[in-house]
Ligand binder design. Structure first.
Ligand SMILES: [Zn+2]
Ligand SMILES: [Zn+2]
Length: 311
């Protein structure tokens, strides 16, 4: 009896923070089909149990802002933004969006969640741009919260914190350097790379910006630290596999199958060829694996909506 109670109580506790509703809509990516502008960048609006969160902000200061009317999206009631990492194609819209939206609502986009390491000086232009964006955002009344560890920011809504690089996926340029306080210049492996993970009754939904930590490392971390061995219901966003070899894609697909991946919406740097290869290699179908276009997205109730052009 005691054992049964323990098992039931543990099961109930495990379900306590599963979200009931979840919608994701892409506001910046490369593939666009008439409504709005495409770019090499990423941004998405996440609506979870009635709460709206912006994930990344696009590659130009005005892209997401200009896409909003055509996509029939309002960000003035969104108070939080998650920045997956410091690269300009994910952070360029931050200051403009905060400035514009705060005219309607002073609390709009006032909190930015970001992984620790995003503000380390770099030897390249993007590192300098991030420090410039930080200054502009804070001058516009925004506050950054930095993370190293996984954190449940709302019931069932998790930030991964920094991601251990268990497998050598090496999804970054290799030519850029961090400039540390002691003057050393180690390789910039995007130490701040952070992902959004949402607990649902169908498994984990993972929303990634560029997956510089490696999508397999990200999913493994989520299944270790957020919910042990949970199936991955959906992987959405930039998986940084556009230049992956067939061997890497085969290995990635093997891991996806092992992790029980049920849906794949590959936008931004995932790569079009990579999405279709992964669809074939994982045994997913047209309704469960697609390229994510501008305005497309995902709904926990109905599944993927890749956007008109990508169906
Ligand atoms: Zn990047
Ligand atoms: Zn990117």
């Amino acid at each position: 009896m005691k054992t049964l109670c323990l098992a039931v109580c543990m099961a109930l506790a495990a379900q306590a923070h599963e979200v009931k509703s979840l919608k994701v809509k892409i506001l910046s990516t490369m593939l666009a089909d008439g409504a709005g502008y495409g770019e090499w960048g990423f941004a998405a609006l996440v609506e979870v149990d009635g709460r709206k969160i912006l994930f990344d902000t696009g590659a130009h200061p005005n892209t997401v802002l200009n896409n909003l009317p055509e996509l029939k999206v309002d960000l003035s009631d969104v108070e939080e933004v998650i920045l997956s990492h410091h690269h300009y194609d994910h952070t360029a819209g931050l200051v403009r969006l905060r400035e514009e939206m705060s005219k309607k609502n002073p609390k709009a986009l006032q909190t930015a969640h970001i992984g620790q390491g995003a503000f380390i000086p770099r030897n390249d232009i993007e590192g300098k741009r991030m420090l410039y964006i930080k200054r502009g955002y804070e001058q516009a009344g925004g506050n950054f919260i930095e993370y190293t560890e996984p954190k449940e920011i709302h019931p069932g809504v998790w930030l991964t914190g920094l991601i251990p690089r268990k497998y050598p996926e090496r999804n970054w340029s290799g030519s850029r350097k961090l400039v540390m306080p002691d003057g050393s210049t180690p390789e910039d492996n995007l130490p701040e790379d952070m992902t959004l993970v949402i607990e649902t009754s169908k498994g984990l939904v993972v929303i990634a910006g560029c997956s510089h930590a490696g999508i397999v490392n990200i999913l493994e971390h989520a299944r270790t630290k957020i919910r042990k061995d949970a199936p991955i219901h959906a992987a959405i966003g930039g998986l940084h596999l556009f230049n992956a070899t067939d061997e890497t894609l085969r290995w990635t697909a093997t891991k996806f199958r092992e992790f029980g991946l049920q849906n794949l919406l590959g936008a931004h740097c995932t790569g079009i060829e990579a999405v279709y290869k992964l669809r074939e290699l994982t045994g997913l179908g047209r309704k469960t694996a697609a390229v994510g276009a501008l305005g497309g997205g995902f709904d926990l109730a109905t599944g993927l909506d890749p956007g008109t052009i990508a169906r």
